[in-house]
Design a binder for this molecule. Structure first.
Ligand SMILES: NC(=O)c1ccc[n+]([C@@H]2O[C@H](COP(=O)([O-])OP(=O)(O)OC[C@H]3O[C@@H](n4cnc5c(N)ncnc54)[C@H](OP(=O)(O)O)[C@@H]3O)[C@@H](O)[C@H]2O)c1
Length: 274
C-alpha cells in the first residue's frame, strides 16, 4: 500500500525539496505550509497541499485530519518547518527567542501529539525531526537557535523510548549549512532588525567574515542531499536514530567525540571570539 508522509514548511528550501523527493518516490505527500498558495512544486493526485502553521494547534490538528481523510492514514511526519536566528543574545528581545522556540520546538511537539493517536490506531509510524548541526556544535550568534535545535534533538531521543512500544520510531536529521535562500533571507532580515550594542561589533565583523571562507566544492550538503537523507530516515531499517548530512556536520560530530579539552581547542580555533 502507498505510504503517506506529511512535511511541514514545504513552501521553500528543504521542506519543498523533501516533499518533491517523496512524491518522486511514489509516496502520498501532504505538503503543508502556512500559505498553501506558496506551493511551487508539481501537482499530483498523490499530493495534498495543506495549510499548517506549527504555532497554531488547531491548524496542526486540522492538517492531520485532512491527511488521514484524503489518504486513509499517515505513516511519517517530517518536522522540517523552522526559524533561524542570527543575532547577539543581549540585543535579542525575549519575544523573538520565544518565537524561535515556539516554531522549532513546540511546533514539532504539537504535530507529534496530533500524529501519535493516528500511528497508534494504525499500529505504528515514524517521526523525522530536522534539527541542525548547531545542536551538536553551537555556532556564535546563534545561541537561541542552537538551543532550540538541541532541545528538539534531546526531546527526540528521549521520546523514542516512550513510543517504541507503539511501534513508532523517532529519527533526527541533522544538516549543516545548506544554501537555501529562504532560510538565510529571513534570518538576515531578522539580524538587521536586531542591532547589537557597539561593544560587540568587532566580534560580529569577525563572525561575518568567517562566512566568506569558501570550503572545497561538495563540502556542504545540498537541498537534494538533505531530502535524500530525510527519505533514508523515513525508510531506515537499521534502527539508526541520527542522520547527519554535510561535511561540516560530520566534522563537527567528529570533533565533539574527542575529549572535552580537545573539543574546546578545536572550537576555540574555529570560533575564537577576539
Ligand atoms: N539551511 C540551512 O543551512 C539549515 C541547516 C540546518 C538545519 N536547517 C533547518 O532546516 C529546516 C528548513 O530550513 P530551510 O533552510 O529550508 O529554510 P526555509 O527555506 O526558510 O524554510 C523554512 C520553512 O519553515 C516554514 N515555517 C516557518 N515558520 C513556520 C510556521 N510557524 N509554521 C509552518 N511553517 C513555518 C517556512 O514557511 P513560510 O514560507 O510560511 O515562512 C519555510 O517553509 C529548518 O528547520 C531549519 O532550521 C536549515
Amino acid at each position: 500500500m502507498t505510504q503517506t508522509v506529511l512535511v511541514t514548511g514545504s513552501s521553500s528550501g528543504l521542506g519543498r525539496r523533501t516533499a518533491q523527493k517523496f512524491l518522486a518516490e511514489g509516496w502520498n505527500v501532504v505538503a503543508t505550509m502556512r500559505d498553501p498558495a506558496q506551493w511551487s512544486g508539481e501537482q499530483s493526485d498523490r499530493l495534498l497541499v495543506q495549510a499548517l502553521d506549527v504555532r497554531d494547534e488547531a491548524s496542526v490538528t486540522a492538517a492531520v485530519a485532512a491527511a488521514t481523510e484524503r489518504f486513509g492514514g499517515l505513516d511519517v511526519v517530517v518536522n522540517n518547518a523552522g526559524m533561524g536566528l542570527f543575532s547577539v543574545f543581549e540585543a535579542t528581545p525575549q519575544t523573538v527567542i520565544e518565537e524561535v522556540f515556539d516554531t522549532n520546538v513546540y511546533g514539532p511537539m504539537r504535530l507529534i501529539r496530533a500524529a501519535l493517536p493516528v500511528f497508534e490506531r494504525q499500529g505504528g509510524g515514524r517521526i523525522v525531526n530536522v534539527t541542525s548541526s548547531s545542536a551538536t556544535v553551537p555556532n556564535p550568534m546563534q545561541a537561541a537557535y542552537g538551543a532550540s535545535k538541541a532541545a528538539l534533538t534531546t526531546f527526540s531521543e528521549a521520546l523514542a523510548y516512550e513510543v517504541a512500544g507503539l511501534n513508532v520510531q523517532v529519527k533526527v536529521v541533522e544538516p549543516g549549512f545548506v544554501a537555501t535562500t529562504g532560510f538565510f533571507a529571513a534570518t538576515s532580515k531578522r539580524f538587521e532588525s536586531i542591532p547589537a550594542p557597539e561593544a560587540y561589533l568587532p566580534f560580529i565583523q569577525k563572525q561575518i567574515a568567517a562566512f566568506d571562507v569558501q570550503p572545497p566544492a561538495g563540502y556542504f550538503a545540498t537541498e537534494d542531499d538533505v531530502a535524500a537523507t530525510v527519505l533514508a530516515a523515513a525508510t531506515d531499517q537499521t534502527g539508526l536514530s541520527r542522520f547527519r548530512v554535510g561535511g561540516d556536520t560530520l566534522d563537527g560530530a567528529h570533533a565533539r567525540r574527542q575529549s572535552d579539552a580537545e573539543y574546546d581547542a578545536w572550537r576555540n580555533t574555529r570560533f575564537a571570539a577576539n
